[in-house]
Design a protein around this ligand. Structure first.
Ligand code: NAD
Ligand code: UDX
Length: 480
């Protein structure tokens, strides 16, 4: 029986390994982590992450050929294939701070493998890493290896949160990069055989190591670039009376462009896009390519612009001040169908409104008060370090309250900001919400999910990203 060990039981390690275990009953999969809280949760009835379909997959194979453990050394020693799926955050200090990937967790994982391994191993980079990381890892492993043969593969993960199980069941492609030596090719084949249990062979792409590592950064940069492109156009739509949904549809029907990933929004969030583009920018700078670095930097600049443009629109619409006004925030997660708040645009929007002394009342169906308070108290880039996965007690931001009910959040509010596209926000009783609010009552739809015309009929002043503006908003132009 092939034995797999995965280091890192997070958003990638957990679901990915659960699906491998489900699809490969002849493979034993053990997911290990330095966080005992996380492992305990994976072994409990309440999994540490919310992901549609995940509970079902875990229930089918946990205890059969899927295990979660903190005994890292034992399972590394026993495994044939070791996936490393630890976090690779943006560095917060030192050389490359604010851009470069912090490989501390990756390096300590590699050192642990080198210390503990007693037989040959295939080591798979599952985390997103800078190009050439495999070379560094190879050096750590072979320098300490006592004659053991380590083969390093790059097998980046392309799942998106909220649709992780669907994406893993039916991936557009699985990418495996390896050394072009006989041993390297054999290792690629070994990993290919795992995926071939359920992924059609023509969707398993093999490349050299550096192409695989770079393809992951490039794919995320391209995806984020589409959002920044449509968001940039949304600002021009508001200035000219064009409608961004119509423009995106017209542009996306060109088969060379395609219709997906063109929804204008308050900005992209999530743990990957910003981190990976910053990483790409740093790699370009280190390789003497400042023009290329500046090109990609602009994707993040437009994203920051979009978030601050939204805050400015809220404040300017409400007579240029939100001081002591209650603003309801519907949705805090970075997208629907996840409880993940890493780099969610809601953090920047809330901080912007708090800067103008607003009182904020937040409702999200999956995010706890503790998480929201922690996010609002944390410094940029601190979120992705394991210390912060442990409980801590930040000083609660006093002007922020968190409720479990959209109607309570909006009661007596002057304005409502929709920051996540949860389906339930489409079907709220907006007439009831309007009745409970201060007048004039404003809705700022950061995800373009509500029926603007219906809300205007109820009496709301409505702002939707990139849509023709109400007369009210035209009279109070936001300063970008
Ligand atoms: P995560 O923070 O949810 O999980 C990482 C886990 O690794 C944590 O539980 C941490 O305790 C653990 N860990 C750290 N050092 C360890 C060690 N030495 N041994 C064992 N466990 C250790 O992160 P994630 O979202 O799962 O992302 C992991 C990697 O995958 C990152 O490089 C990320 O860029 C990449 N990725 C993420 C996504 C996504 O949607 N979240 C998608 C594709 C790729
Ligand atoms: C992304 C990539 O899609 C995935 O392939 C990679 O493995 C990890 O990073 P994820 O961040 O989980 O996945 O979600 P994604 O669906 O890409 O959304 C990212 C952000 O962009 C969200 O905040 C989302 O709301 C926003 N978005 C997405 C838009 O604003 N408009 C769109 O059209 C699409």
């Amino acid at each position: 029986m092939v034995k797999i060990c995965c280091l890192g039981a997070g958003y990638v390690g957990g679901p990915t390994m659960a699906v491998i275990a489900l699809k490969c009953p002849d493979v034993e999969v053990v997911v290990v982590d330095i966080s005992s809280n996380r492992i305990n949760a994976w072994n409990s009835e309440t999994l540490p992450i919310y992901e549609p379909g995940l509970d079902d997959v875990v229930k089918q194979c946990r205890g059969r050929n899927l295990f979660f453990s903190t005994d890292i050394e034992k399972h590394i020693a026993e495994a044939d294939i070791i996936f490393v799926s630890v976090n690779t955050p943006t560095k917060t200090r030192g050389l490359g701070a604010g851009k470069a990937a912090d490989l501390t967790y990756w390096e300590s994982a590699a050192r642990m493998i080198a210390d503990v391994a007693k037989s040959d191993k295939v080591v798979v980079e599952k985390s997103t890493v800078p190009v050439k990381t495999a070379e560094a890892i190879e050096k750590i492993l072979t320098h300490n290896s006592k004659g053991i043969n380590f083969q390093i593969l790059s097998n980046p993960e392309f799942l998106a949160e909220g649709t992780a199980i669907k994406d893993l069941f039916n991936p557009d492609r699985v990418l495996i990069g390896g050394r072009e030596t006989p041993e390297g090719k054999a290792a690629v084949q070994k990993l290919k055989e795992v995926y071939a249990h359920w992924v059609p062979e023509d969707r398993i792409l093999t490349t050299n190591l550096w192409s695989a590592e770079l393809s992951k950064l490039a794919a995320n940069a391209f995806l984020a670039q589409r959002i920044s492109s449509v968001n940039a156009i949304s600002a021009l739509c508001e200035a000219t009376g064009a409608n961004v949904s119509e423009v995106a549809y017209a542009v996306g029907t060109d088969s060379r462009i395609g219709p997906k990933f063109l929804n204008a929004s308050v900005g992209f969030g999530g743990s990957c896009f910003q981190k990976d583009i910053l990483n790409l920018v740093y790699i370009c700078e280190c390789n003497g390519l400042p023009e290329v670095a500046n090109y990609w930097k602009q994707v993040i600049k437009i994203n920051d612009y979009q978030k601050s443009r939204f805050v400015n629109r809220v404040v300017s619409s409400m007579f240029n001040t939100v001081a002591n006004k209650k603003i309801a925030v519907l949705g805090f997660a970075f997208k629907k169908d996840t409880g993940d708040t890493r780099e969610t645009p809601a953090i920047d929007v809330c901080k912007g409104l708090l800067g103008d002394k607003a009182k904020i009342s937040i409702y999200d169906p999956q995010v706890t008060e503790d998480q929201i308070q922690r996010d609002l108290a944390m410094n940029k880039f601190d979120w992705d370090h394991p210390l912060h996965l442990q409980p801590m007690s930040p000083t609660a931001v006093k002007q922020v309250t968190v409720t479990w009910d959209a109607y309570e959040a909006t009661k007596d509010a002057h304005g409502v900001c929709i920051l996540t596209e949860w389906d339930e926000f489409k079907n709220l009783d907006y007439a009831k919400i309007y009745d409970g609010m201060q007048k004039p009552a404003f809705i700022f739809d950061g995800r373009n999910i509500v029926d603007t015309e219906k809300l205007r009929e109820i009496g709301f002043i409505v702002y939707s990203i990139g849509k023709p503006l109400d007369a009210w908003l035209k009279d109070m132009p936001a300063v970008a």
